[in-house]
Ligand binder design. Structure first.
Ligand code: SF4
Length: 295
């Protein structure tokens, strides 16, 4: 049986010499020090909102209740969300405020609570969900992350998170270092995805097609990097299985520092996306979401 109070305590103690994520900065966030993510003990969020644009089982009919955290543990040159993730736009909230936000999103019939970029706030996520559950939160909680996660942190989130929505961005560490400044993305990502799948399994939906539990792996197809996409699909098939739910995303646009790289300075072409879709189909993934090129 999971001891949530003990796990929350451990998550907070990990921030004494922070190893909440694989960056392992070692700073004392509980005493106000900031590491790579620029986050200490205070919680900053950019918004709490209805999101209709997530994958069909996540947004479904009424929407997904997103809570966007400020800052990030990665520094992707193409970040599509950089004012929030890199510049830290947002306002300070308390744990009780967060719990109230969740209950408010539930009261307007959101299908889930969708924590966006939650990694550096894992302890606060666990504690605020614990508070909200005791006050009547019943809808699933979703962890929408970069996939660069510490397995020890994930283990302490077991039972808190119902749906994991991680990225799998790269198939080789050179590309990961070039675009996101991390050294061991591939190994870290694969280990994290396996832990997530171990905890919650493949995606489970109700009779209306609304997600209740499980993992969806996201991959943003990058322009000029179709081989990366194919190898990411190979890895998911091999390391997790073709029954994994995969969301192949085509909404890349040049943003943040992407103009420093010629191949990232343009949008994704229709041909590149089609090639990615064909490869996903070739691998016989049973459950994939692709975006409609005619829409
Ligand atoms: S959560 Fe932030 S401070 Fe902690 S290890 Fe990761 S980047 Fe460093």
């Amino acid at each position: 049986m999971i001891n949530f109070e003990k796990n929350i305590e451990k998550l907070y103690s990990i921030m004494d010499k922070c190893v909440i994520c694989p960056k392992k900065c070692g700073v004392n966030r509980n005493r106000g020090q900031k590491g790579f993510c620029g986050t200490a003990d205070k919680i900053f969020i950019a918004s709490s909102n209805i999101h209709m644009g997530e994958e069909p089982p996540i947004s479904a009919k009424n929407g997904s209740g997103t809570i966007f955290f400020s800052n990030c543990t990665l520094n992707c040159v193409f970040c599509q969300n950089y004012p929030i993730s890199q510049f830290g736009n947002g306002k300070e909230v308390s744990l009780d405020n967060m719990a109230e936000m969740m209950l408010k999103l539930q009261s307007i019939d959101m299908h889930n609570i969708n924590f966006v970029t939650p990694t550096h706030y894992s302890a606060q996520v666990a504690k605020s969900v614990y508070i909200a559950r005791r006050k009547g939160l019943t809808i699933p909680v979703l962890y929408n992350c970069s996939g660069y996660e510490s397995v020890e942190t994930l283990q302490l989130l077991e039972g808190v998170i119902d749906i994991y929505l991680p990225d799998s961005k790269y198939s080789n560490n050179e590309t990961a270092f070039k675009y996101s400044g991390v050294e061991n993305y591939v190994e870290v990502n694969q280990t994290a995805l396996k832990e997530m799948k171990k905890q919650v399994g493949d995606l489970v939906v109700d009779n209306d097609g609304v997600a209740k539990k499980g993992v969806i792996v996201r991959h943003l197809v990058l322009p000029g990097n179709i081989e990366n996409t194919k190898k990411v699909m190979d890895c998911i098939a091999k390391e997790l299985s073709e029954s994994t739910f995969v969301s192949l995303m085509m909404q890349y646009h040049a943003a943040h520092k992407s103009s420093s790289f010629k191949e990232l300075s343009r949008s994704l072409t229709e041909e590149e996306y089609k090639e990615a879709v064909n490869y996903l189909e070739l691998l016989n993934f049973e459950n994939g979401w692709i975006q409609n090129l005619d829409s």
